[in-house]
Write a protein that binds this ligand. Structure first.
Ligand SMILES: [Zn+2]
Length: 321
């Protein structure tokens, strides 16, 4: 790599947890390494070691403060950029969820991109690049990251965790190709909660409507969080709904005669088969939409119990033949 000719801004796109930040770090190593070999940093020189240990002064990151990246954060970034890189090499600034910049912040950042101080390289990470200013996108070299294959996530989970084979299989499929998400799920109580949530669902069809109401009220006590929310590592209500969505997705697949290997909840194969054959296809599709609608309603409405009562009662009705 000719260090003098590297573009000064990159846009890394793709879901979180598939290596965007890791790549930015590797890039920073290559640019600052005392003895780079080809496209890689050596991993042992002082710069490489500092980058790997997270204490390299010229590797900067910005993340949303709450939901947004604010103008103050961009101003602070600009002040830091006023100094030449401390190490004498390149400074790499990673902006996580760049699409979360407020309008003001985005306009201020655009000015920085138009006249970047020398020696600075920007890496914008975005899951929704369409939400970025087109004028920002057009100034960046775009690199898209694809979700990982299930087998690759299985391999990594086996290498990095002590989870048993059946847990690894569930996480690899439920993480939608994101190793980062799979690891967070593995560290949390996701698997344990998932078992409880699925049990609630297949008991639902045998419930009276009063029992179903109870189940809804109990479920509504989950915290309104989810592992997909940026920066959150607690399992909650949105995970419950995403588990329920995988359940109906699986039922549709079983009904369609898809190979068992495609099921996310393959460990519940028997229950899936029993239910899939007893419920009309149209009802399974409608159940899937019900769960999807519940997620959207929860983002709009404060009354969790009301949303869950509606959802659970409808799901119960749709399970009757
Ligand atoms: Zn090195």
């Amino acid at each position: 790599m000719h260090r003098e000719r590297v573009p000064h801004a990159y846009l890394f796109t793709g879901i979180s947890g598939i290596g965007k930040t890791r790549t930015a770090k590797a890039f920073c190593m290559t640019l600052n390494c005392a003895a780079p070999s080809g496209l890689d940093g050596c991993g042992v020189c002082p710069s490489c070691r500092k980058i790997l240990n997270g204490n390299f002064p010229d590797f900067m990151t910005i993340s949303p403060d709450g939901q947004k990246i604010k103008i103050e954060q961009i101003r602070e970034l600009n002040r830091s950029l006023g100094y030449a890189p401390f190490s004498g090499g390149f400074r790499v600034c990673v902006i996580h969820r760049a699409e979360a910049m407020t309008g003001e912040a985005a306009n201020a950042f655009l000015k920085t991109l138009e006249e970047p101080p020398p020696g600075n390289i920007f890496v914008l990470n975005a899951t929704e690049p369409r939400d970025l200013l087109p004028t920002i996108v057009s100034r960046c070299q775009r690199v898209s990251f694809r979700p990982l294959k299930t087998e690759e996530i299985v391999r990594q989970l086996n290498k990095r965790t002590n989870l048993d084979g059946s847990s690894v299989a569930v996480l690899a499929r439920a993480s939608n190709g994101s190793l980062g998400r799979a690891l967070i799920m593995g560290e949390s109580n996701y698997l344990e909660r998932r078992g409880i949530w699925l049990k609630k669902l297949f008991e639902l069809y045998a419930h009276s409507s009063a029992e179903a109401m109870n189940m809804a009220v109990e479920s509504a006590k989950e915290t309104r969080v989810g592992l997909d929310l940026p920066g959150n590592k607690k399992v909650g209500l949105f995970d419950l709904l995403s588990v329920w969505a995988t359940w109906y997705r699986d039922l549709l697949l079983v009904r369609a005669g898809a190979p068992m290997g495609l099921l996310i909840n393959g460990d519940f194969r028997e229950q899936l088969e029993k239910i899939a054959l007893g419920v009309p296809l149209q009802n399974l599709i409608e159940s899937f939409h019900q769960v999807d609608r519940a997620v959207r309603d929860l983002h709009r409405m404060r009354n969790t119990t009301l949303v869950l009562e509606n959802t659970v009662l409808n799901l119960r009705k749709l399970g009757r033949t």
